[in-house]
Write a new protein. Structure first.
Lengths: 245, 259
């Protein structure tokens, strides 16, 4: 199947999921369930990665700034900007492509192979609307929240490290954070977070929804969905940086 | 009643169905039989609209299904129940959740009324007290019965069963057959069953269509099969010596009654 066939089928899937819900209460329940699965389910890994991401950034930045003529405040600024601009949105979403994306692809793939999707269609329910839309909507709500949390924890991880290792004092670090702060960077990071959230949920949904075969194909499609999602995230990252910075 | 005329379906180079026509009656168990790969499942999936037909027409109670738009098809499907070969129960839901799902989606009944209805249907399929069990905790036969309960909970006019006896022991198969046959009569449904279980054919085959290589080769009922001279059908139905002997005995019995 060519790239354009996949792309066309992907957009047809997205178009197909836009329809009036048969029972909004049940769709709301499914949406809340997905919020819990995607948001709460990824909370632990996001916290761990964010703290270490900030901590390692602090050590490596301090290691590279050797000149006595450079203000130590810049360590905090570099950590802040790299965490906000790149690490929190991009790195976290790449991790979520593995955690959330593979789960979405394998869940839908299993439902397809075991005819559960057919059963939903036979009942007169739009399976795309019921199964895919709540996942994408939940990702669009929870992933940006996780990214904000990652920003806070990443910067806090840096603060803990510089304080504990004595690179600079925490007061100096806090002062550095406030200097030359551009609120636009947060806006840019959030634009990335929303774009990546859509990619992380919709691409694995496509690979899972259209699985053909058995359990082997579910595994293959799940892996393929993570790889494609990561590549598309990096590509979108470049496009957004080129357009918005 | 479901009528289909000159149904054809092709996948890439393979012609799976060719000019298949038949009428499936309400209040009867209509069987589609044939060897593996003969097109039974594809025909059934075409009838419910999971596959689009390349040619031909499908008519549900006088309404052309092939000419309906998506919204009309969606409305009609709410009158269709289907039992899948692997039961297709939702793994994350309990038995009660599975059976209640169509009620939650399409009715505005109170929760207590829905539970009452679920319990009634579970009683009908002899699964009282299994409400809180997950599909993974059920045997194959129980899963099929939950599948039937979910399919009939909205009192559908049309019931489709794709190989309801596959993977079941003969005794459980007979129970499932009887259950499907009984609910068909009770709710006056048009029931269409895909099977290659000979016991089902002989016990509940009110109206049978035999497919071979995607074409309709023979049609009739379970009594007609005994006297059929269609070689392909006889080779398929009475494949073993035991079944051939059974056929001869039935024929002798019939002749004896006539004499």
């Amino acid at each position: 199947m060519s790239f354009f066939s996949h792309l066309g089928k992907y957009f047809i899937m997205l178009k197909g999921m836009i329809s009036k819900p048969e029972n909004s209460k049940l769709y709301w329940k499914e949406f809340m369930h997905q919020c819990s699965e995607i948001g709460i389910g990824s909370l632990g890994i996001v916290c761990i990665i964010s703290l270490f991401m900030g901590a390692v950034s602090a050590l490596q930045t301090a290691y590279q700034i050797t000149s006595p003529f450079v203000s130590k405040l810049i360590i905090a600024q570099i950590i802040r900007d790299t965490v906000i601009l790149e690490f929190a949105p991009t790195l976290i979403c790449i991790v979520l492509a593995g955690v959330v994306g593979s789960k979405i692809a394998s869940e839908l793939g299993n439902m397809r192979v075991s005819e559960q999707i057919d059963a939903i269609e036979i009942m007169g329910i739009n399976s795309k609307t019921y199964l895919i839309l709540p996942k994408i909507a939940a990702a669009l709500i929870t992933i940006p929240m996780l990214v904000v949390l990652a920003m806070v924890l990443g910067i806090y991880g840096g603060r803990l490290t510089v304080g504990l290792s004595g690179i600079i004092s925490t007061e100096t670090y806090d002062r550095g954070l406030k200097e030359l702060f551009l609120p636009y960077n947060v806006f840019f990071a959030m634009m990335k977070a929303y774009t990546f959230a859509f990619i992380v949920s919709s691409i694995p949904a496509y690979f899972g929804y259209y699985v053909k075969g058995g359990s082997l194909e579910i595994g293959r499609n799940s892996t393929k969905s993570v790889v494609v999602t990561c590549v598309v995230i990096l590509f979108a990252d470049y496009i957004l940086a080129a357009l918005l910075l | 009643m479901i009528e289909f005329k000159n149904i054809s379906k092709r996948f890439d180079d393979k012609q799976v169905l060719q000019d298949v026509s038949h009428v499936m009656y309400s209040g009867k168990t209509n069987l589609i039989i044939g060897t593996s790969g003969s097109g039974k499942t594809v025909l059934q999936k075409c009838l419910v609209g999971l596959y689009e037909v390349d040619a031909g027409e499908i008519i549900y109670d006088g309404l052309s299904f092939t000419k309906m738009n998506d919204e009309e098809k969606k409305m009609l499907r709410q009158q269709i129940g289907m039992l899948f070969q692997g039961s297709a129960l939702f793994d994350s839901m309990t038995v009660e959740g599975n059976v209640k799902f169509p009620l939650d989606m399409f009715t505005k009944d109170k929760e207590s009324e829905k539970i009452k209805k679920v319990n009634e249907v579970l009683e009908r399929v002899n699964l009282v007290g299994t409400n809180n069990k997950l599909p993974s905790q059920l045997s194959g036969g129980m899963k099929k019965r939950v599948g039937i309960a979910r399919a009939i909970v909205l009192n559908p006019k049309f019931l489709f069963c794709d190989e309801p006896n596959s993977g079941l022991d003969p005794q459980t198969s007979m129970l499932i057959d009887k259950l499907i046959h009984d609910v068909t009569i009770e709710f006056n449904m048009t029931t269409i069953i895909n099977t290659h279980d000979m016991n089902s054919v002989m016990e509940i085959g009110n109206n049978i269509i035999y497919l071979k290589d995607g074409k309709k080769e023979w049609s009739g009922n379970s009594k007609d099969i005994i006297f059929s001279e269609n070689k392909n059908l006889n080779d398929f139905i009475f494949a073993s010596e035991f079944l051939q002997d059974a056929k001869e005995m039935r024929m002798l019995e019939a002749k004896g009654k006539k004499g």
